[in-house]
Design a protein around this ligand. Structure first.
Ligand code: DAH
Length: 347
């Protein structure tokens, strides 16, 4: 007696029974050994359940075998994929990592760098720190009295026009220079005073090759008994030689409302060393700062006795200094945040 042929319907229900048991069993395997046991039970080549099913293909009517074989293969592939997914999930990361190609190039590391203007400020602070200066800061939104009045700018003085001022309100400006922090320091601390004041300042200036509407300044202030112009000259010359390397300086008379006498300091052009070039506009010199002896009216407006104390001060622009130092032709390059440009000055 031969067995009645297996119907296609019975075969596919055996397949779905197989899948319904094998897939959850695989997912439940909690380690590699458990997974191997499940694999042997369902997919083992010798005695696995799938092997039994493949034997049953022979019991089907010939006309059903193609459809049954396709259904069989589909279920087999699905269960094998489930097994592979589980196997990867149970593989420790360490082993997975070891499968990576060790000859692959490493990912490029990006390293941050200090902006060339900040480099100038940091170096200045360091050089002046050795001379006993500390750092003082003040607000960027400032009253007109601190920005102008306390610094001996007479009302409606044309010097105020030189600092095209941005008003936030009737009695509030964006400071046009760091000099108002001189007043704030003198009000807050008794002499002797030696401070360096870095910070951003703002002017209604066009943004062109040599101007930016917002730029950094570094202010210096010294107030003590017996301070003279010799202290100013000696200290600023020492600074120039430390900062630029052995150089020459020259002082030219100038005018600021808050200093008397006033002077601008030039250093020898670092690009042509004095013979004249495009960077120094053929003069051989680069102007780097304004300075002077603190006007007695400035001391008095902060409540400091100008009979007892004298002082000197300076203000310089670190962006201009960075241009001179590196021979950069356009100040806007310093504000573009283009790492291909800025990366050249990374230390
Ligand atoms: N405040 C001046 C400016 O913005 C720079 C300056 C000049 C500051 C002379 C000073 C100084 O302290 O003594 O242009």
């Amino acid at each position: 007696m031969t067995d009645a042929p297996l119907s296609l319907q019975d075969f596919t229900s055996l397949l779905s029974q197989f899948h319904g048991e094998a897939a959850p069993a695989i997912d439940a395997a909690s380690d590699a050994d458990a997974l191997e046991a499940v694999r042997t039970k369902y997919l083992g080549r010798a005695h696995g359940w799938l092997k039994d099913l493949s034997a049953k293909l022979g019991q089907l009517e010939k006309t059903d075998r193609a459809a049954a074989g396709a259904a069989f293969n589909e279920v087999r592939l699905r269960v094998e994929a489930t097994l592979e997914t589980r196997r990867v999930a149970l593989t420790p990361a360490r082993v997975a990592g070891a499968l990576a190609d060790p000859t692959m190039p490493a990912r490029r590391q990006w390293t941050g760098a200090v902006h060339p203007v900040t480099q100038v400020i940091d170096e200045m602070i360091e050089i002046f720190r050795e001379l006993g200066f500390t750092v003082a800061l003040g607000p960027e939104a400032e009253s007109p009295w601190y920005n102008f009045g306390s610094l001996n700018f007479p009302a409606d003085h044309p010097a105020m026009d030189l600092h095209d001022t941005l008003y936030l309100a009737d009695d509030l400006v964006l400071r046009t220079h760091t000099s108002p922090v001189q007043t704030r320091t003198l009000q807050g601390y008794a002499p002797p005073i030696r401070v360096l004041i870095p910070g951003n300042v703002h002017r209604r200036d066009p943004f062109d090759a040599s101007h930016a509407p917002t730029f950094a300044q570094v202010e210096g202030l010294v107030v003590d008994e017996g301070i003279t112009f010799a202290d100013l000259k000696a200290t600023l010359t020492h600074f120039a030689n430390r900062f630029f390397g052995k150089t020459k300086t020259r002082f030219r008379p100038s005018y600021f409302p808050f200093t008397e006498p006033s002077a601008e300091m030039d250093v020898l052009c670092g690009v042509c060393h004095g013979s004249g070039c495009g960077v120094c506009k053929q003069s051989g010199w680069i102007e780097i700062l304004g300075s002077g002896l603190v006007h007695p009216a400035v001391l008095e407006s902060s409540g400091v006795d100008s009979e007892k104390y004298t002082g000197w001060a300076f203000g310089m622009g670190p962006a201009r200094t960075a241009l001179a130092r590196h021979g950069i032709p356009d100040i806007r390059l310093l504000y573009d945040s283009d790492v291909r440009f800025l990366g050249q000055f990374a230390k």
